[in-house]
Structure formats: C-alpha cells, structure tokens
Ligand binder design. Structure first.
Ligand code: ACM
Ligand code: ZN
Length: 529
C-alpha cells in the first residue's frame, strides 16, 4: 500500500519523459494508465555483452542522463536499464526501446542502433535537475530513413579548434547525424598536416589578412590560420567513432587550391608567386594538370589522408574550377595533346583535364577500398563509377548522377546551405552569405528527387547540410547558424516522409531547445517568435 501511494505520488508530482523526440521515431506506442518506470539514482545500467563499444554506450547513457536531468545513475535499487545488441532488423541502425515499470530495455541491431536508442531516451527526458523522472510504459521502434545523414563544416575560411570540432560532433550525435564532412582545404587555408609536404601547414595554413565583408576592397590586416596535426585529426576521428559518426575528410582539387600554390608554387600553371588568398569567391589560381608533380602530389596527399582517416568515403572537392589558366598554359596544352583530348559532346579539352584529375584521384582512393566523393561538377565529364556525387547546384546533379548509376547525396543551395540567412530581417542578423533558408524550408526538404525511378532512388544515400564560414568567425556563430536548423535537418534525414509534420515538429522543439540551453549551445530564436 505504501509503495502504491509512493508510485501515485511520483505520477502526480514527477517530471515525465516524452518519447516523441526530434527526430520523430518511426513508431511510438505508449500504454496509458500503466505504472511508469521511475528513473532515479537507484537505477542500474547493465549491458548484455561486455564489449568495449557497448560499455561505452552504457557510459554515454549515464553521462547523458546526469547531464540532462541531474540524476546520477548509481544502482542499488531493483530497477535497471538493460542495453542489448541482438535485435534482428533489416536496418543495421534500428533499435527497440521497451519500458515496463521495472525495466527499460534498449536493444539495437548494432552498437550504433543502441546509441540511437539511448539518445532517444536522453532527449525524452525533460532538461533540468530532478530527483526522479517518470518514463511512460510502452515501446519505441525506430530506424533511420537514410543511411547517410551528413553535416559539413568549413574550417578553412575560418579555423575552429579541436575542442570546437568535438562540440560540433556532439551536436551531430544529439541529432542522430552520422557523417561529418570536414572541409579541410581551400584557397584561404590548408588545415591538415601532411608530413611529405610540410609547407602546406607552415605556409598554406596562414593568411596575412582577411577581406572585410563581401570582398569590400578593405582588409582587416590580421593574420589568421591554424591546422590540425595528424595526431589531432586521429583524435577527432576516434571521438566521432565513439559516437558512431564517420569523419569524411575533404581535400579540394583541382580548384580551391590557392593555399597549395602558395606553399608549392611549382604546382600552378605560372609558377607563381602565389599567396594564401585573402578574398572570398572563386580564384583562377588552381593546380596545373600539365605538371606530373601535380599528380604525385595528389597521390601522396590522399595516401597520407587515408592513413589518418578510415572513412569509406574520401572527399576530393571538384567544384568551381576555372579553366582560364589551363587554356593558355603550355604544359596543360601539351597534356591535352599527349592524352588526345578533343572537344566532344560539348565537353572542352580543358574540362576533360579536370576529368583526368578526378579519375586519377579516384584510382588512388579505390585502390585502398574507399570511394571518392565530389561536388556535382565532377559530372561535367565522364565520372568514375565508384564516385559519390554531392548535388549542390540544385537537385540536377543527383538526378544526373543516379541516372548514370552513381550514388548521390542531396545538398542543394536551395535548402541545405546553413550559411544562408534564416530570417528575412537581415538587418538584425549577423552578416551572412545571402539567401533565405528558414527552419521550415529545411524541414520541408524531400531528398529523393521525384523524377528518379525506384531503382535510381536507391542510389540516394541521404542528404547533408553545409556550413561555409566566410562570414562566421566564432564557434558560437557556427551554433547560431546550425541550431535549430539542424533539428529540422535531422528529421528530414531520419523520419519517413509520411510521419513528418511541421506543426508536430514545432510542438516537440521546445524540449530540444531546453537541451541546447542546458548544453550551453547558442541557437537562433526565430521559430519561437
Ligand atoms: C560549393 O558550395 N562550392 C560546393
Ligand atoms: Zn597548367
């Protein structure tokens, strides 16, 4: 009787968990009227298998619960949370979360599935400091719609520290995003140590000055830069992997390479001198494909990068490469003659030179069992079969790529560019690239283009948001641009279209925003206004 009264007291006074989190799980069934599971410090976390990854999951759960609700799960009572990893499911990331009055069981089809399950439990909790939280009895069965759920961060235009990058990864983990596309090289800075080419970070990681605003013609005259040692990059990879996130390094070629030329001018068409770029945009100073050393450079760099990053996908850029210099470079023209490249089907010989680089990089990467990933410009000539196409100039790249049998990822400027404004009242916003992509626009994005056949649609791996940082100097500003658009993104990546509903999303958002506040994340408030 006393215990029944205690339970009743809990049900009346307690904080309640709500499993309708973001992203919305595929199935949530709550048994109304049943005695809840009372989460308090006496609850024990146990794992059914003793492997390291599951132990780490248990540790994350304890840490997340403490962080979110102030409850330190210490055991000693009769109730427990059991983590298992033997769910049979077609989706390797699926999980099932079952709640009865004395047990919570999270069973995943993999350790990643278990991690998603404990993240759902964490987000179901009301953020705050509580003695106990009541979990309603019932079951959540869940799996992600897309295998690839990506977020990109440009650390070249502005550099972010290892700790900031780790916080970015924490943000991805909170949102069930499983691929971090790390944009490591660009005209304005080279950010990853390459032992065979030390000048890339001695010279290429630093610029003397930065143009103010959108190429205003005025500069701030402040040195800016930084880079990650290979050891630091490995640490980031490890940190992400613990959270079931893959890190895709991106090494731009043949364009967006002025920082390379500043370091090794012999790799450019004119031989320089070049400087690390202090403006924004697209520069004609690109790698010279007429030079054999350029190919050696690409091979050596990619091999070192693959030693550091175990990712099955390696980014090779490929976007925005002007061919002006190649048209007048004797070495490039000699290469065109030697390879017998002639204008064909509207494709210039110079465009085919870029194709030569794409194919060369692709061979280096596939020789080690990985796949190259490039922006949709790689479709401008014949594209390697293994290449993953990142469709950014609309959806056309994805449609074209999938029709050619390539795997594709949707990242169009129309919906997935988080460097764009999120409010029409741009006067009151921090300076941004332009455009207008509010939360609802991100939410309403459908990643599978309608024009694809069912077979072609199978080649859509998922979608990804990009954050270019020309006008983003601080990590707090990074968070402001990402949050809460990342919440809308993750539901688009995770939840089946028939379960998406923007007004339901808005009703679930305040609970997630409370988590942001608790974690100290800066976020934009427009959806609350
Ligand atoms: C890009 O936004 N240049 C891929
Ligand atoms: Zn050249």
């Amino acid at each position: 009787m006393a215990s029944l009264l205690a339970v009743l007291a809990v049900m009346v006074n307690a904080q309640w968990a709500d499993f309708h989190v973001i992203p919305q799980p595929q199935q949530v069934a709550v048994t109304t009227g049943a005695r809840p599971f009372v989460l308090d410090r006496s609850v024990e976390v146990v794992t059914s298998v003793a492997d390291e990854s599951m132990q780490r999951n248990a540790q994350f759960l304890r840490q997340y619960v403490a962080q979110t609700s102030g409850i330190t799960l210490s055991g000693g009572g009769r109730r427990c949370i059991v983590l298992r990893c033997d769910l049979t499911d077609r989706n390797p990331e699926a999980y099932c979360l079952r709640v009865t009055c004395d047990t919570v069981e999270i069973n995943g089809a993999s350790s990643a599935g278990v991690f998603h399950g404990l993240n759902t439990l964490r987000k179901a909790l009301p953020a705050g400091v509580w003695q106990r939280v009541a979990l309603p009895c019932g079951a959540v069965y869940d799996y992600p719609r897309f295998a690839y759920r990506g977020a990109h961060l440009d650390v070249c235009r502005h550099f972010f520290t290892v700790d900031e990058v780790k916080t970015f990864i924490d943000m991805l983990a909170l949102h069930g995003i499983n691929n971090f596309h790390w944009h490591l090289t660009d005209d304005q800075g080279w950010r990853i140590e390459i032992k065979r080419y030390p000048r890339l970070t001695q010279v290429g990681a630093w610029r003397d000055s930065t143009v103010i605003g959108r190429n205003s013609g005025r500069w701030n005259k402040e040195r800016h830069g930084g880079f990650y040692t290979q050891e630091e990059a490995r640490e980031v990879v490890r940190y992400a992997a613990e959270r079931h996130i893959n890190v895709i390094p991106e090494i731009e070629m043949p364009g967006h390479t002025q920082a390379v030329l500043a370091s090794y001018p012999e790799l450019g068409c004119t031989g320089g001198p070049y400087g690390v770029w202090t403006c924004w945009g697209v520069t004609p100073k690109v790698l010279c494909p007429g030079n054999d050393d350029t190919f050696t450079f690409i091979r050596n760099v990619l091999n070192e990068v693959m030693d550091v990053f175990p990712s099955p996908i390696i980014g090779i850029g490929g976007d925005e490469c002007p061919k002006d210099r190649w048209r007048v470079c004797s070495k490039c023209q000699a290469r065109i003659r030697k390879e017998g490249l002639t204008a064909q089907g509207g494709i210039s010989p110079e465009a085919q030179l870029q194709g030569l680089i794409t194919h060369f990089a692709s061979e280096v990467i596939t020789a080690r069992g990985r796949a190259p990933m490039g922006w949709d410009e790689i479709l401008e000539c014949d594209v390697p079969q293994q290449a993953v196409v990142l469709s950014w100039r609309g959806q056309e790249g994805a449609v074209d790529g999938a029709r050619r049998g390539n795997r594709v990822i949707l990242s169009p400027t129309s919906h997935m560019y988080f460097d764009y404004y999120q409010s029409r009242d741009t006067e009151r916003e921090p300076y941004a690239f332009g455009g207008y992509i509010p939360v609802q626009k991100v939410y309403d994005f459908e990643a599978v283009p309608e024009s694809l056949s069912p077979e072609q649609a199978e080649l859509v791996m998922g979608c990804q948001a990009n954050l270019w940082t020309e006008y983003i100097e601080t990590f707090s500003h990074v968070q402001y641009m990402e949050l809460p658009r990342m919440a809308a993104l993750c539901e688009t990546q995770w939840t089946m279209p028939e379960r998406k509903d923007y007004s339901s999303f808005l009703s679930r958002l305040p609970r997630l925003l409370a988590h942001y506040r608790l974690l100290g994340y800066n976020y934009a408030r427009h959806v609350c206004e």
